[in-house]
Design a protein around this ligand. Structure first.
Ligand code: UD1
Length: 374
């Protein structure tokens, strides 16, 4: 009995927070690694419910073998303030009840800053995975979430050396920073073989080359002025090869609200489909001729896969994907997007198979080693 109590005391109880789609593939390998060290870690999963559609959330738990959440906060959509506040209000009692040794937050979504803020005010230690990334564009809600989370978290796990430099430049002491690599690549390496074996192409009736598109940033899809030039570019590119477009719910909504439905539907080979699960998306991205995206994580996955990626934004918080990988930040000007797509399709695009340092599938193990050593 005494031994059991002593053992319990050396265990670390960790609440792992997930909220939105890009969180699931970062938390899954960490929780799996914790379960493989059962005498050291007691992992709990809290889902804030920021994303709630089956296609945006449930399917990722299945695909990534992520255990059902121990607690679901059911927050749902809302304005930034309403959503962030609702997560805080509902997360605080869980932390008070569970008294974890650590709370682990990932990425840059509203759930990330909300849960970090709850913990720091309660004196509960919080670690931020994917710390230090900066787009230097403060009109992006995610940039504010990144800056604030990194200022208040006790421990900052970074995916690339540029992130360490950003944190040091912001006055964060080096003792709080651990360069561990990119945890998304742990998920990618674990699931790539299974994803490639799926009949995704057959299901979608794809039997040749295609481009893959994702688009959901407010700066691209919330206004006609920014959305229309992108549609012009897509029209030109789709005359050369079909574009598969799994449509984010936010984008589907704004297409209708901006009166762009007819325009989008008139682009013959722009094939709009429902959002895909993790494995089906990986199946498509790993054999696309070209990926066009405004997502963060997809810039990283295409670099790991060696697939040419055009980022439809003016900046990136992930410069290593440009320096070492396949990513080109092309912006949202139609002429530039078309020129970059043509270059990629003519074999002039960046095809690099070099991996950034520590994108090796072992990042979650390094995170656990660091937590244990503290
Ligand atoms: C959020 C993240 C963004 C991330 C993206 C990935 C923030 C500030 N943004 O953006 O960084 O890249 O997730 O998907 O946290 N909706 C649904 N069903 C859902 C989720 C959302 O219909 O399951 C619709 C709702 O209309 C909602 C809108 O999408 O209002 C936006 O959702 P929200 O979570 O606020 O932000 P995202 O745009 O998804």
């Amino acid at each position: 009995m005494c031994l059991f109590v002593a053992k319990m005391k050396t265990m670390l109880k960790v609440i792992n927070v997930v909220g939105a789609r890009p969180n699931f593939m970062k938390v899954a390998p960490i929780v799996a690694a914790m379960k493989k060290r059962p005498t050291k870690f007691l992992p709990l999963v809290v889902h804030t419910g920021q994303h709630y559609d089956a296609a945006m959330s449930d399917s990722f738990f299945r695909d990534l073998e992520l255990p059902e959440p121990d607690t679901h906060l059911g927050v749902g959509s809302g304005s930034h303030a309403a959503q962030t506040a609702a997560v805080m209000e509902r997360f605080e009692p869980i932390v008070l009840q569970e008294k974890p040794d650590w709370v682990l937050v990932v990425g840059d979504v509203n759930s990330t800053i909300a849960c970090a803020l709850v913990c720091v005010k309660l004196g509960i230690k919080v670690a931020h995975v994917e710390a230090g990334l900066r787009s230097r564009d403060r009109t992006m809600p995610e940039e504010i979430n990144r800056l604030l989370t990194d200022q208040i978290a006790d421990l900052l796990f970074t995916p690339s050396p540029d992130a360490d430099e950003n944190l040091v430049a912001e006055g964060i002491p080096r003792e709080r920073i651990r360069f561990v690599g990119n945890v998304m690549i742990d998920s990618l390496q674990k699931h790539l073989k299974k994803a490639r074996a799926l009949p995704t192409h057959e299901k979608l009736g794809l039997n040749g080359d295609y481009a893959l598109l994702t688009l959901h940033r407010p700066s691209n899809v919330d206004m006609r002025e920014s959305f229309e030039p992108i549609l012009d570019a897509l029209e030109a590119i789709s005359s050369k090869l079909p574009i598969v477009f799994p449509v984010h719910p936010r984008t589907r909504k704004t297409i209708a609200e901006l009166g762009l439905s007819e325009r989008v539907e008139s682009i013959k080979d722009l094939r709009m489909i429902e959002p895909l699960g993790y494995l089906d998306f990986l199946n498509l991205s790993s054999s696309a001729r070209l990926v066009l995206t405004d997502s963060g994580g997809i810039q990283e996955e295409t670099t790991a896969l060696g697939i040419p990626c055009l980022t439809l934004r003016e900046n990136t918080e992930r410069p290593i994907t440009v320096e070492m990988g396949t990513n080109v930040v092309v912006g949202t000007d139609a002429t530039k997007i078309i020129a970059a797509a043509n270059a990629a399709l003519n074999g002039l695009g960046k095809k690099v198979l070099r991996q950034p340092p520590l994108w090796d599938g072992q990042t979650s193990e390094r995170i656990l080693d660091a937590l244990e050593s503290l």
